[in-house]
Design a protein around this ligand. Sequence first.
Ligand code: PLP
Length: 188
Amino acid sequence: MSRVEDLADAADENTVLVMAILGSTFTCRYYDIERLDALVGAKNAAHPGWRLGIHVDAASGGFLAPFASPDLRWDFRLDNVVSIQSSGHKHGQCLAGVGWVLFRTPDLLPRSLIFADAYLGAAQTTLTLNFSKSATGLVNQVYNCLRLGRAGYTSLAFHMYRSAGLLRGGSWWWWWWWWFYFYFFRWP
Ligand SMILES: Cc1ncc(COP(=O)(O)O)c(C=O)c1O
C-alpha cells in the first residue's frame, strides 16, 4: 500500500486530486487520511492558487468506519476531502450495483455532466443517460438505513471486525471450534 507521504510527494501542478482508500480490497486496511489531509493542506498553502483535493475511496470502509470508529477522521471533517464514494452493496448490505458518491459542495460536480429536462410534467435532473432504471437498489439502501439505523450498522460492524480479528489472529479456541464444526457438521 502507498504511504500517504508518497502520495502527497507525487502531487504537482498537474494533479487533479489525490485518492486515498478507506478499506483496501484484501485487508480492509485504512490509509491515514487525516495525515494525508495535513500534507495536502501544507502543499496547498505553499503553492498559492492550488486547490488540491482528496477523494476518499470508501468502497469497503464507508459503511464500517462511521459505526466502528466514529472518532476516526477521514471524511468531510477534514478540510481537503472533496469527494467520497462508497459501495452500498458491500458493508451497506445491499444488492449488487448500489453505490454512492458524495461531493463536498455542489460546484464540484460539473454542470456539464448533469442532464436536465421536463418529463411527464416535472423538471428532473440526472447524471445518467438512461431514464428507465431500476430504483430497487436505492429502495433497498433506504430500507436498510431505516431498519438497521445507527445501532444496527454499529452492531454489524462490530461483529464483522470481531470475525475478521478471529480469522486473522487465530485464537486457539476459535480454530478448535472451526475444526469441530467442519468435522461434525460439514464433512460427509
Ligand atoms: C477499494 C475499492 N474501490 C472500489 C471498488 C469497486 O467498487 P464497486 O464494486 O462498488 O464498483 C472496490 C471493490 O472491491 C474496492 O475494494
